[in-house]
Design a protein around this ligand. Structure first.
Ligand SMILES: NC(=O)c1ccc[n+]([C@@H]2O[C@H](COP(=O)([O-])OP(=O)(O)OC[C@H]3O[C@@H](n4cnc5c(N)ncnc54)[C@H](OP(=O)(O)O)[C@@H]3O)[C@@H](O)[C@H]2O)c1
Length: 356
């Protein structure tokens, strides 16, 4: 492995605003601290939370880099000292199926390993520091571009649907935005783990893609109301789970579409975050669980636990080629603004990825 350069290019912004605020700049290559790994980024995924962050609308956790980029794939080029602090699941840990596992085994990554990982920010760069406990081996079946498209949506969907939502084979699921990065991951994992899914999608072409990725029914949210459509599809019973990116605009109908013991998993607010007036009776009468989360606000131990579950349960599925992320388009790193314009146009299907 050749010596590391002193400087690298990253994409940052000094003021929130439109895509044009994203600008390349030259900065020192960072050094890994305890528990961190330095990754030579070959590809970095673009996610809707990056757009919110750029617009100044994302509640950033304290102490993280302001450089966007929540997921990367590349090669390990430096490894920090082991982090001796015991990794324990603190209070407020997720309500997952797995028993809390204090003291997760530390992954032993080495220089030269091909990896992908959930960052704490800073993925839009030639090099990125990633906590070792949030790294996973790059699935051999995938190239760097597709591996970079995995972490943010796979961590989020796994944590919400399977850990917090306790999704089980045989259950039914409504996914809003079936061709979003999140939505396609949810549809793929639902199919793989034996759930029956339907999705809302912006038009017949997107609906066709959603069906290919596992939706039994696509509802065109531009022309159809999902509530009667899902009720008809489910024989009037409703669904067990809703994975929701819309928030306020769908909240009441999401409660209505759930059957007894249903779970509403809120992960976005594309339809607003304020519900004006609403009867809570469906929650009481149907014994519903309403919950939500953001991935960035989770503790390192929680993210490590999700990474471990993904490696155990989902990475074998990727290795077997049974599912893979759909990459709509790639852009060069210095075209990050164009990548954001495409995402905000909603013309894309699946993931947008930057390559260095
Ligand atoms: N909580 C977390 O930890 C977490 C983590 C990652 C992402 N997220 C959230 O998940 C969402 C998706 O993120 P992403 O990166 O996958 O973004 P994305 O690929 O840009 O997807 C956005 C999606 O929103 C859909 N949409 C907009 N209005 C809709 C409506 N009225 N009905 C149904 N779908 C609608 C769009 O579908 P059409 O174009 O078909 O209309 C599009 O598929 C965002 O809200 C993001 O903030 C949350």
């Amino acid at each position: 492995m050749s010596a590391l350069p002193a400087l690298m290019t990253e994409i940052g912004f000094s003021q929130p605003g439109g895509p044009e605020v994203l600008q390349p700049r030259r900065v020192p290559v960072p050094q890994p601290g305890p528990g961190q790994v330095l990754v030579k980024v070959r590809a970095a995924g673009v996610n809707r939370p990056d757009v919110l962050q750029r617009r100044g609308l994302y509640p950033m956790p304290p102490g993280v880099t302001p450089v966007p980029g929540l997921e990367v794939a590349g090669e390990v080029v430096a490894v920090g000292a082991p982090d001796d602090k015991p990794v324990s699941l603190g209070h407020g840990g997720h309500a997952g199926q797995a028993a809390p596992s204090p003291g997760l085994a530390k992954p032993g990554f080495q220089v030269g390993d091909e990896v992908c990982g959930l960052t704490d920010g800073g993925g839009y760069a030639e090099f990125c520091l990633v906590p070792a406990s949030q790294l996973l081996p790059k699935p051999a079946a995938l190239d760097f571009v597709h591996a970079a498209a995995l972490p943010e949506t796979f961590f989020t969907v796994w944590a919400n649907l399977f850990m917090m939502g306790r999704a089980r084979a045989g259950e039914t699921l409504l996914v809003h935005g079936g061709t979003s990065g999140i939505g396609m991951t949810a549809l793929m994992l639902a199919r793989e783990f034996g759930l029956r899914a339907v999705s809302t999608d912006g038009g017949p072409e997107k609906g066709e893609v959603a069906r290919r990725f596992g939706a039994e029914l696509s509802i065109d949210h531009r022309t159809q109301d999902f509530l009667p459509e899902v009720m008809a599809w489910s024989g009037g019973r409703g669904v067990d789970l809703v994975l929701d990116i819309l928030g306020a605009s769908a909240f009441e109908r999401n409660l209505s579409v759930l059957r007894k013991d249903g779970r509403l998993l809120l992960i976005g607010f594309m339809g607003g975050d304020k519900v004006e007036s609403l009867s809570i009776m469906p929650i009481l009468l149907k014994r519903l669980v309403v919950t939500g989360s953001t991935m960035r606000a989770r503790t390192p131990a929680e993210k490590a636990e999700i990474a471990q579950q993904l490696q155990d349960k989902v990475w074998p599925v990727l290795a077997a080629g049974r599912c893979a992320p759909h990459v709509h388009r790639t852009f060069a790193l210095d075209q990050a603004a164009e990548a954001h314009r495409l995402m905000e146009s909603r013309q894309h299907v699946g993931k947008i990825v930057l390559i260095t």
